[in-house]
Design a protein around this ligand. Sequence first.
Ligand code: HEC
Length: 200
Amino acid sequence: MRSPLIVALASLALGACQPAGEKASDVPDRAVAIDSGSLAMAKDAANALGGDLVQMLTSELERGGPAAAIAVCADSAQVRSNRHGTPGVAIRRVGTRVRNPLNAPDAADQVALDAFAAAIAGNRPLPDTAFVVTTAQGTRELRYLRAIRVQEMCLACHGNPDSIAPAVRSVLVSRYPEDQATGYSVGQLRGAISVRINFP
Ligand code: HEC
């Protein structure tokens, strides 16, 4: 998961990922150079959020197993994610199939997710990716995305529904009636950490 930073613009098949009718402002602008300060800021935020969530998950799993961990996760994942934002820096997790609709990728996130999925399918390395997009308001922002892949310990809550414990399933049904984030297997792309930074 800690892949080296490469600004992998070349690997983003931009034109191919733009569905008809998509706003041009939603897709990466490859011509814009990215300064190392902004990149470092984005990387720090991604490291902090990634470390925080993994630590929360592992300590809760050790403490009370998946049934206890999922309650904590459901209550605090959003708050914890937002806490790693600072003025001018927004951070969240996005999913390939989401449990919480707040984690749905937008068009720019989706470009990166598609590139990550293609890299996994092609058995290629999975570096973090960064690009600049123009927002609907005409401002620019840096996007920095880090792939999140499924590990063994994720399956208790994201694996085959038949092997998810009843206590976990009942939390999913009550808290996430539109849950789509089950049926994953180890190694698959689960989503990404997505950082957005105001860009001059
Ligand atoms: C104890 C149950 C549990 C385990 C184990 C678990 N998750 Fe989740 N996961 C959740 C819950 C609950 C959410 C929804 C959080 C929210 O409301 O934002 C979630 C959301 C996510 C999201 C955001 C996208 C979405 O679907 O909403 C990602 C990405 C994610 N999990 C990755 C992982 C990975 C990777 C692992 C293993 C390292 C993992 N999860 C293990 C319960 C779990």
